[in-house]
Design a protein around this ligand. Structure first.
Ligand code: T1G
Length: 694
């Protein structure tokens, strides 16, 4: 017997336990172990088999780290069918997640019991795939096509109760001991003479034209360029037309086709990066400080959002504002944020009330004397920030952490202005702070490792994805944004219109183009940033003078109803009145047309080149940190993995050649990143850097 699948007897019951930590992934050894266990059960005088998962879950799915490599036998669909064809009854008892292949193993059994913490789901589309071991064929035979069409294109999952309701499981287990509950159920089935009951032998699910039409229409819109959701619907469709074996073959054909797509590679790259991004040598094994009481200074949009995020994670918050009116307004904003959570069903009204009970909004810094951590989110001015930190330094207890939410100011300077530089760190949230998942943890030179570790622990508690950043103007995300926005401005000056640039960038997969984004955020923000940088701007840099003219005309975008687009409600129409301002800025510069592909290449090359500088300078630890930042903070399409993964797929050599060509005409903007030049010279990729850093 294999050491990842145990076979033992409990009287007439053959107990088959998958023991492959950390998530009982169905790697080759586990598949072989299950196959052999089914064979042994057939020969054994056991009368019923019980499949369990060891540890905190049943089975987390196929082994994702095997994807992209040649598949090895026994293949998972064959293993599930092998279990299903057992001559004696098989029971699966599920606790915790049964996802993807895990759910398919449970469906290969004849009976299913779910403990109260069980979840059943098919997340495969989140990896660019579809269920590939019979799930799209067996689930609808139990539930009908409706629940399968709800779950599979979305990559969703259901609770134990919901699984029982839709017919995915037969019984809910009592207590917390899945083995005991599973054995009791097996004995009960034996006593009742329960027969083998192959799901695959059930009638084909009825074809529901309306359901398929609705699902296809929904996912044609929601998938935004991803192919797997629509293919999942095709697989469920096959279940209504084919017997099991034929349907499993059709499902496998679609699965293997998707396995070869760049989308599968991009999504799996992103999956593993979500976990690697918080694995940093500097905090490995370092215990975070305890955080229960949080102070937030400033109750504007950001401060109220940060306070909301902290409250929603169970922390107590003391919010400081300059006077009672502002403090009350902050409380109203937070209450409004929580109203949204209630409307979205994330909170009950009673929970909202209890959450607000953990908030105090005051004007006296002395209220922070017991806070474990304070986050300032006041006006972006160094003098104002230093004043706030001086007050925090004076009142907060030793060991408390002082954090700033600044989006570009020098946090080293802020830290050095206090008596406790080792306890100062940057926590750069993205607006709306209680919704956006990205959190840049900006680490000044003097910061203590356990302060950084505490920041990452806080991010996890807030349900955010933390990325470590070094101190520079814009850290990782906004610094790279400034560059690819500059590329868009250069395209304008060379002949492209704002609207064709937006269209090309949306076709690439971002939810909005740069000019739509400017209209949404407010064109005054760009104008203020340009003013702030004017004193230090390189004379060779491009200033979008048309954008300054728009600001002076009061064309600020959605908030004034006119910007690059004119707005009737949320719908924007190209604002042709912008063109004379652009033509004036173009002067007698030679003009040319651009294809969408040329726009995308130019824009992406700028993004990758700046990102390579950010990694080369150590502002980002690895290329994967840039990928995670752009995915979670800037709407970069997840199925492309991130700009660095995209660059590896298109080839760093070609990108560098383009950059060098464009540098002839614009040497200031297109200075090749030294890291990019080095990698190309050495024949290495950004992925190689990620591996070396692991
Ligand atoms: N394969 C390989 N490694 C996995 C894995 C998997 N399926 N799931 C998790 N890991 C690693 C993860 O990278 C991390 O590694 C460690 O396990 C702990 O993960 C044929 C084709 C199960 C809910 O998509 O959702 O089945 O960082 O931190 O928070 O139809 O892991 O420790 O080195 O996430 O307790 C479908 C993906 C696969 C589920 C547990 N299944 N995993 O959450 O732990 S495709 C999934 C999860 C498939 C079949 C198809 C979660 C979890 P490291 P973790 P967690």
């Amino acid at each position: 017997m294999s050491d990842v699948v145990r076979y033992e007897r409990e009287g007439p019951v053959a107990v088959i336990t998958v023991a492959n930590p950390p998530v009982n992934a169905l790697g080759q050894a586990v598949r072989q172990g299950l196959w052999d266990a089914a064979d042994r059960f057939a020969e054994d005088d056991a009368q019923i088999a019980l499949i369990l998962g060891e540890g905190r879950l049943f089975i987390g799915g196929a082994d994702i780290s095997e994807f992209g490599k040649p598949p090895t036998r026994p293949f998972l669909p064959d293993t599930c069918t092998h279990i299903e064809r057992s001559p004696k009854p098989v029971v699966a008892a599920v606790h915790g997640p049964a996802l993807g292949g895990g759910c398919e193993v449970a469906l290969g059994a004849h009976y299913r019991l779910a403990m109260k913490d069980a979840r059943f789901g098919f997340p495969e589309v989140k990896l660019g795939l579809i269920p590939g071991a019979g799930g799209s064929q067996r689930m609808p035979r139990l539930t009908g096509v409706g629940p399968a069409l709800d779950m599979m294109p979305a990559g969703g999952s259901v609770s134990a109760e919901e699984a029982l309701r839709i017919g995915l499981v037969d019984r809910l287990g009592e207590g917390d001991d899945v083995r005991a509950a599973g054995l009791a159920y097996a004995q009960e089935l034996l006593a009742a003479g329960a027969p083998v009951r192959p799901v695959g032998a059930l009638p084909r699910p009825a074809y529901d034209a309306e359901a398929f039409e609705a699902a296809r229409a929904l996912w044609a819109r929601k998938a935004r360029g991803e192919v797997a959701p629509l293919r999942a619907i095709d697989a469920v469709d096959a279940a209504t037309k084919m017997d099991l074996d034929q349907g499993v073959q059709e499902e496998r054909r679609i699965f293997l086709e998707l396995m070869e797509t760049p989308q599968r590679a991009g999504l799996i790259h992103a999956f593993f990066n979500d976990r690697k991004v918080s694995k940093l040598p500097e905090i490995d094994g370092i215990a975070p400080r305890d955080v229960a009481q949080v102070g937030v200074i400033g109750g504007g949009t950001m401060g109220a959002g940060i306070a909301t995020a902290c409250l929603l994670s169970g922390l107590s918050v003391t919010l400081i504002e300059r006077d009672d009116t502002a403090a009350d307004k902050a409380r109203q904003t937070i209450t409004g944020n929580l109203d949204g959570a209630v409307k979205r069903g994330k909170l009950t009204e009673a929970q909202q009330e209890a959450t607000l009970a953990r908030l105090q909004t005051v004007t006296d810094y002395a209220a922070l004397s017991d806070a474990d951590l304070a986050i300032e989110a006041v006006f972006e001015d160094m003098g104002v920030k230093k004043e706030v930190f001086a007050q925090l330094d004076a009142v907060m207890k030793p060991g408390a952490i002082l954090a700033t939410n600044t989006s570009y100011l020098d946090i080293d300077a802020i830290a050095q202005s206090t008596s406790r530089a080792a306890d100062v760190i940057g926590l750069h949230f993205f607006s709306p702070a209680h919704v956006m998942k990205l959190l840049e943890v900006v680490v000044p030179d003097a910061t203590a490792p356990d302060v950084t570790a505490t920041a990452f622990a806080l991010a996890k508690r807030l349900g955010k994805v933390a990325v470590r950043a070094g101190v520079c103007d814009g850290f990782i995300g906004n610094r790279i944004l400034a560059t690819y926005r500059g590329a868009a401005d250069r395209l304008i000056l060379d002949g492209a219109s704002p609207w064709e640039i937006d269209a090309a960038i949306k076709a690439f997969g971002l939810p909005m183009g740069p000019f739509e984004m400017g209209d949404l955020a407010g064109l005054d923000i760009g104008y203020m940033t340009r003013q702030r940088k004017a004193a230090t701007r390189d004379p060779r840099d491009v200033v979008p003078t048309w954008a300054d003219a728009m600001y002076h005309k009061g064309w600020l975008g959605q908030k004034t109803g006119q910007g690059y687009y004119t707005y009737d409600g949320r719908k924007g129409t190209p604002n042709e009145a912008v063109m004379p301002l652009i033509e004036e800025a173009r002067g007698n510069r030679p003009q040319r047309g651009f294809t969408p592909e040329e726009i995308q290449r130019f824009y992406m090359a700028a993004m990758v080149n700046e990102a390579a500088k950010v990694v080369g300078e150590g502002i980002a630890q690895r290329p994967l940190d840039v990928d995670v930042t752009l995915l979670y903070g800037y709407g970069f399409p997840r199925w492309r993995g991130g700009p660095m993964h995209w660059a590896d797929t298109v080839g760093l050599g070609g990108l560098l050649a383009d950059i060098r060509l464009w540098a002839d005409a614009d040497p200031y903007f297109w200075q090749p990143a030294p890291l990019l030049e080095r990698l190309v010279a050495e024949g290495r990729s950004f992925a190689d850097l990620n591996t070396e850093a692991a």
